[in-house]
Design a protein around this ligand. Structure first.
Ligand SMILES: *Cc1c(COP(=O)(O)O)cnc(C)c1O
Length: 488
């Protein structure tokens, strides 16, 4: 954001006419008055020049009589937070940055200083509005409609499943999945511990008891070893889980082959929470398609969004049909309103499905962009040996929905400090998900570790997610990199 200071710097020997012309050319609304040695003296605005003219000076008079004034200045090493606070306090929009000799080396502007770099924001393509407009034109606003049907068909074709059911959220999709598997009061549900609480909330809605499974170090996702221990213990205790919910974290699939094999061996149905991993692959096959049921989320921060929404996928026509039934208040096939079971109002609107269809067209681009963000961080910060990036096993094609890394135990900085340093530069970073077995609400839940030490505890203590949106500019990615490099 460096500006050419030569064009806006002038001395007291300059005339008011020169000063006005310089202001006019630069369009910045501010000039820097410097002494004969080039040292910064004060800022000059058009208000200062206007007051000189009103005092009786003419355009040909020089700036000798301009009063001395102490301007707010900064030296390099300032944070954006400090700069903005100074600007707000002094009610100014510019601050010159001086070197040790008092020479201006930069001029920072409020409008640029206060720009945030956010973690993951919606990134619309070009087709979304067309589909939404079509819904308006045909008055297919609600309920359901052609966009919903097409969105389902398009998703199913893209990930390679027979059926997809568009729902109001990823959470709703998990809830329906558990209802389809008949999860009820007193049942047990296994779930990855390192996840967002939405993975397990629906099990609690159903009155089930959660058991949490640790991550493994290779993918940071569910440890097949810990899952086997948990299944063996459950079998010995005489109560196998009604479902295993495996989460594909931050855009990366879990190691599905051994997990599917274990679920088959014990006869437990698998639900794949691929809310964060649409577009990812496991051994070439789409993430989300390995369980009996899979779910995706189109929440605002996910890789593509419908502003809010979700999708349930399955190869079973029977389950898909039952899902649609449960998601539309479970109306029996009767002309009057008749109900034999309890359902939900969980379907996606036709307007939002239009947004989803547009987003789906650019999914591959969004995946490529997020992968590029991750690769850029990784290569540009390769010299920082206390950072360790989320591994991508050879069987994985990750979308890197969030660019995740951990700070090694011997690092000269803590996660808190790193997040604060980024926040002082108006960069949003987050700790990793707090594992479910560490949540106060699940303090009593059973938990199975990968080994002697809990892998997920370590990831939570030392993990951080950096801005990862597909719409980040090179300048924004550069800001993140620069801020971290300064901490070396
Ligand atoms: C976002 C998310 C969900 C929930 O999806 P919503 O559409 O927000 O309800 C579920 N599981 C995981 C792992 C998620 O990240």
């Amino acid at each position: 954001m460096t500006v050419n200071l030569d064009t806006i710097s002038l001395q007291r020997s300059s005339t008011i006419r020169d000063a006005l012309a310089a202001l006019d050319r630069s369009a910045m609304g501010i000039l820097l008055l410097v002494d004969a040695q080039g040292r910064f003296e004060r800022t000059v605005t058009d208000g200062d020049l206007r007051r000189m003219l009103l005092d009786g000076k003419t355009l040909n008079d020089d700036l000798t009589t301009l009063p001395a004034r102490t301007s707010v200045v900064l030296q390099s090493g300032y944070t954006r937070r400090q700069a903005l606070a100074l600007m707000q306090e002094a009610v100014i929009n510019h601050i010159p940055i001086l070197d040790e000799d008092g020479r201006a080396i930069d001029l920072i502007e409020r409008a640029k200083i206060d720009q945030q770099v956010l973690l993951s924001t919606p990134h619309m393509g070009e087709a979304e509005l067309e589909y939404v407009a079509e819904a308006f034109r045909t008055n297919w606003i609600a309920p359901l409609g052609p966009n919903v049907d097409a969105f389902e068909t398009e998703i199913a074709a893209m990930v390679g499943v027979k059926h997809a059911v568009a729902l109001s959220s990823g959470t709703a999709a998990i809830h329906i999945a558990l209802r389809l598997l008949d999860v009820g009061v007193g049942d047990v549900v296994f779930c990855s511990t390192l996840t967002f609480i939405a993975s397990i909330n629906p099990a609690i809605y159903q009155g089930a008891r959660p058991v949490f499974i640790d991550s493994e170090p290779e993918s940071w996702n569910m440890s097949p070893r810990a899952l086997e221990q948990a299944l063996l213990a459950a079998k010995a205790a005489g109560q196998l889980p009604k479902a295993v919910i495996v989460v594909c974290l931050y855009g990366q699939s879990a190691d599905m082959d051994p997990i599917v094999a274990l679920c088959d061996r014990f006869g437990v149905p698998l639900v794949e929470d691929a809310a964060e991993s649409l577009g990812a692959k496991y051994r070439g096959r789409a993430s989300g398609t390995f369980g009996k049921l899979g779910i995706y989320s189109f929440n605002g921060n996910k890789i593509i969004t419908t502003s809010g929404g979700g999708m349930l996928v399955t190869d079973s026509a029977e389950l898909a049909e039952r899902a649609r039934f449960l998601a539309t208040q479970a109306r029996d096939p009767a002309p009057h309103y008749q109900h034999s079971v309890i359902g939900y109002n969980y379907r996606m609107s036709n307007v939002l499905a239009g947004v989803g269809r547009g987003q789906l067209k650019v999914l591959d681009e969004r995946v490529a962009a997020r992968r590029r963000v991750f690769e850029t961080y990784k290569s540009e910060l390769a010299s920082i040996d206390w950072l360790e990036w989320m591994p991508e096993p050879e069987w994985s094609f990750s979308t890197h929905w969030l660019a995740a890394c951990v700070i090694k135990p011997d690092a000269p900085i803590t996660v808190d400090k790193l997040i604060r340093a980024l926040s002082d530069e108006f960069i949003e970073a987050r700790p990793m998900w707090k594992p479910m077995h560490l949540q106060p609400i699940f303090a009593d839940a059973e938990y199975y570790r990968h080994g002697n030490e809990s892998v997920s505890d370590g990831l939570f203590e030392r993990g951080i997610c950096l801005p990862s949106g597909s719409n980040l500019t090179d300048g924004q990615i550069g800001r993140v990199i620069e801020t971290i490099q300064k901490l070396q």
